[in-house]
Design a protein. Structure first.
Length: 104
């Protein structure tokens, strides 16, 4: 649906039945697991969450925003369980700092 030129979802859930009711988490996990096994891809829902977090951080999204977008309870949870290799982001940040023109 479009309102004032903006796309507005019909319901607030990413995974929902046509009537707008959300899928139950166990149903989604089971369906994903079945599809992953059938395709030969060793992946889980948590792998998708970890990938989302890592890719967002690599793109420069701050950890607090990643936490909010992913629905995690704290930045510590993101750091401990949902952050892959973000070294390239850190290296880019240090390059930017090194090239900055410092005015004292």
């Amino acid at each position: 649906m479009v309102e004032d030129g903006r796309a507005v979802p019909k319901h607030p859930h990413v995974f929902a039945w046509p009537d707008g009711l959300p899928y139950k988490p166990d149903w989604i996990t089971n369906r994903f697991s079945t599809a992953a096994k059938a395709s030969g891809v060793p992946a889980s829902i948590h792998d998708l969450r970890r990938s989302f977090s890592t890719l967002a951080q690599r793109a420069g999204v701050d950890r607090m925003t990643v936490k909010d977008l992913g629905g995690w309870s704290s930045v510590g949870v993101v750091d401990k369980h949902y952050t892959g290799d973000i070294k390239p982001v850190l290296e880019r940040a240090m390059d930017l700092i090194a090239r900055a023109q410092w005015v004292v």
